[in-house]
Design a protein around this ligand. Sequence first.
Ligand code: DC
Length: 218
Amino acid sequence: MDIPVLTLDGPSGAGKGTVSRLIAQQLGWHYLDSGAIYRALALELTEKDFLHTSVAEIVEVALAMDLVFECGDDRLVKLNGQDVTDLLGLESTGNNASKIAAIPEIRAALLQKQHDFKQAPGLVADGRDMGTVVFPDAKYKVFLTASASKRAERRYKQLKQKGIDANLLEITADIQERDQRDSERQFAPLIPAADAVYIDSSILSIQAVVEEVLSLVR
Ligand code: DC
């Protein structure tokens, strides 16, 4: 059976997560948060001495991870039986994820975990290389972006709302550093698939983006 896949790629902070979840909910499709897989691996590795762990060892850890996504009203991610939802959201986890994600052997080891999410009646896949590498034959492809300053501003507001101390300049610098690393890496860099629809969310509401993406599928 031909299971439809909608890929949503773009830089951090463009709103992919929120948009993808809303679309998956409305279509009744499954949702793959591929960034969370890289983040979970980064968490596992913080237990070890990151720089002195060989690629072969990291691949072993990646393959052994027991990762469960529970989608109720609130998102819950369990890693080896432990709730790691809050830890996954930390800026430091995102940065470490971006670093290990540049290693091709690690990307290859995580491919099967991502393919397993493709189940009927459909999949919304959120990441950097969903439309280019992981699901190149996806029926629908979107590249969602926004200016770096807008993305930093949104992230800053999110952290403040959660009562977390944040500095806008630091967040902007972090976002720019991560964009550069994710876009310039040699393997599966962050680039729009040739057949992706490009959406700039800088001046669009989440609802407007959701409508635009849904109109592609309907
Ligand atoms: O989407 P995110 O911020 O949760 O992703 C965290 C990091 O993981 C991101 O900076 C780069 C990496 N990543 C990746 O290389 N490929 C993906 N498909 C998803 C995330």
